[in-house]
Design a protein. Structure first.
Length: 625
């Protein structure tokens, strides 16, 4: 053994033991092969029985991104571009998945749809969420309207919040201090502060999770200018989740949450109406409550998810004028699950949603959708997922959407190979703001309709290798666009592309992951959607409690609009490199971590004219009791 090897061994042994590292690597590999996915069927099915390449972000992966936002983490996955996640903290986010936009992406929190009917896209603002309250995330790309309804046309992001510990009392406390600087200003002053606390546990049949989080960011201007002013961002989150298990057959859970976001923004003042440093401000307050009773019996269960959301938003201009928006959502999703002969997994449900928003008058619409989904898992490799939903919209009548998703897996000595395909339709009604809002409203809009076809292969082994690739093609009719107002496009839009993913354990404790996305619009133009995008990362366990990673992202050229000239311009491609290191101490109860983002201080635009983040450093402390 040479001197270098002895020194490394002594350092690692002083912190932990080598044997655990090998055990951890083996556990990770087994979990990858036996991984269970839920979102594409609502049943816990092994990945090999799923007809989709479901993206699953685990608790461990989230812990390795502490100090960052949920949008930043999701943005590292294939087929996804969360535009604005690399810019000034208060920047609006654009969810461009498979060439779609925000109104075609559905977000669920603990199985309950979340949205804001006062927004133009009726979407959920991911800026409101604290990543430290999230247990895991599943993402289905492609249409999932048969299971989840209106808006689930290009993706469903299913977020699961943290669960209660089995102990009577447990706690987790996190604090992160970092810089918040542009490429032009590398002063390394503390300007990014995140704090989070969670208390949870189980007392006999009662479980509870209570959390509080706060984030304050200063130091950057939204508009990129020669003499920028600072546009601070602040957010705090409170959440309480309770569960009670009456007996083996009946349980009930309930939650209440309050999220408050406040950020300074820059606008387009008269008379030039070009982007400039202004004293505008944006405030968003969200209140949510919900209850979910569940009755279980042999081979089946009946569950109801009911929730109410109230959102108040204000935009305050530097001149003192205020624009206010209010939104309310009432949701009830009742569904029955039953497994026949261990092979047929069935879901029959009824989804009701009512959406209100205040413009010149209070406006609303509702939908009442019965739906059915059946998954057949054979004992010879064939798996079929079939679904149908009847959208009954108060303004647009009834529309049937359906999906067929067959797959076939072949067992290998060390895993499986799978071929899969799907065909699915979706229906997306115009939103209240597009129909009745303050700017460009058009009550004569027609709903969008999508048809998506995809096919691909997946290969998964016990020795730590997972490879997948798929082709997708999405046709969109009646696309809602904005010219002098909202209107339906006169021609169809077709988006197609290719996605590839790889996860490989190169050597013991060294994990490599990568994905590539090609997205092309055959007809027309889509703003801010890169044609080529690459993510890659290496993660290494030096020893039991020491972990380091390096992550790379390439974003190809995109088209954006210059609102000074109202002409489209091409934005240059860019590459980002991030570093992360963590060290656990005191029997894993304390973790210290550090990260460097945009290591080479790349200068680029996400949104034309708006500031992006340069090289930044974060230092964090996480205590678990």
């Amino acid at each position: 053994m040479n001197k270098k090897t002895r020194v490394l061994g002594v350092l690692c042994f002083g912190i932990s033991a080598f044997g655990f590292a090998q055990q951890q690597a083996q556990t990770t590999t087994l979990q990858q092969l036996d991984e269970v996915v839920v979102a594409d069927s609502r049943f816990e099915l092994k990945r090999e029985h799923s007809g989709k390449t479901v993206i699953k972000i685990s608790k461990e992966e989230i812990e390795r991104h502490q100090g960052r936002s949920l949008a930043e983490l999701i943005n590292t996955k294939s087929g996804i571009e969360i535009n604005g996640s690399r810019s000034v903290e208060g920047q609006n986010l654009g969810n461009y998945i498979r060439g779609g936009n925000n109104r075609q992406v559905l977000v669920l929190i603990d199985g309950v749809q979340v949205n804001d009917p006062s927004l133009v896209a009726n979407d959920f603002d991911l800026r409101l969420l604290d990543l430290n309250t999230v247990e895991s995330v599943e993402i289905i790309k492609g249409s999932a309207s048969t299971l989840y309804g209106n808006a689930a046309a290009t993706a469903v992001i299913n977020i699961t919040t943290k669960k209660a510990s089995k102990n009577a009392v447990s706690g987790s406390f996190l604090t992160v201090v970092g810089t918040n600087q542009s490429q032009d200003d590398q002063n390394y002053n503390g300007a990014n502060f995140t704090n989070s606390a969670t208390i949870n546990g189980s007392l006999n049949k009662l479980s509870y999770v209570a959390s509080f989080g706060n984030k304050y960011v200063d130091g950057l201007s939204a508009a990129k200018s020669e003499n920028p002013e600072k546009d601070p961002f602040s957010r705090y989150n409170t959440r309480l989740k309770l569960g009670y298990e009456f007996n083996d057959a009946f349980e009930i859970s309930a939650f209440a949450s309050y999220d408050n976001l406040k950020t300074d923004i820059d606008g387009f003042p008269a008379p030039t109406y070009t982007l400039a440093d202004t004293d505008d401000q944006y405030v968003s307050k969200q209140k949510r409550v919900g209850v979910s009773p569940k009755f279980s019996y042999e081979n089946g269960s009946f569950q109801v998810n009911a929730a109410y959301t109230k959102i108040d938003r204000k935009t305050i201009s530097g001149s003192g004028s205020t624009s206010e928006n209010e939104g309310e959502t009432y949701l009830v999703d009742a569904f029955h699950k039953y497994v026949f002969n261990g092979q047929f997994h069935t879901v029959v449900g009824l989804n009701y949603g009512k959406y209100n928003s205040l413009f010149a008058n209070e406006e609303s619409f509702s939908n009442t959708d019965p739906y059915l989904n059946v998954v057949y898992v054979s004992d010879f490799g064939l798996n079929v997922n079939l679904g149908g939903r009847l959208n009954n919209h108060s303004e647009y009548g009834s529309h049937l959407v359906y999906s067929a998703n067959p797959s076939y897996s072949i067992a290998l000595n060390e895993g499986y190979a799978k071929v899969f395909g799907s065909y699915a339709t979706s229906f997306i009604a115009p939103n209240l703001s597009q129909l009745f809002g303050y700017y460009g409203a058009n009550p004569d809009l027609e709903p969008e309709e999508n048809k998506t076809i995809e096919g691909g292969l997946e290969f998964n082994t016990k020795n730590g290798i997972r490879l997948s690739g798929l082709y997708f093609n999405r046709n969109e009719e009646n696309t809602i666009i904005y010219t002098t107002g909202y209107e339906n496009a006169t021609s169809d839009a077709t988006v197609h592309g290719f996605e590839a993913e790889a996860e490989i354990e190169i050597i013991e404790n060294l994990q490599f992951s990568a994905n590539y996305t090609f997205t092309e619009l055959k007809n027309g133009i889509r703003l801010r959607v890169p044609k080529h995008k690459v993510n890659a990362g290496l993660g290494y366990h030096f020893c039991k409690n020491s972990y380091a990673s390096i992550n790379y992202q390439f974003v190809g050229s995109r088209t954006d609009t210059n609102f000074s000239t109202f002409m489209n311009e091409e934005l240059s491609s860019y590459s980002l490199l991030d570093l992360y290191f963590s060290q656990k101490l005191l029997d894993n109860k304390v973790k210290l971590f550090a990260s460097v983002t945009n290591l080479f201080n790349e200068d680029y635009f996400e949104v034309l004219g708006y500031t992006t983040k340069g090289r930044n450093v974060n230092l964090g402390l996480n205590i678990n009791l």
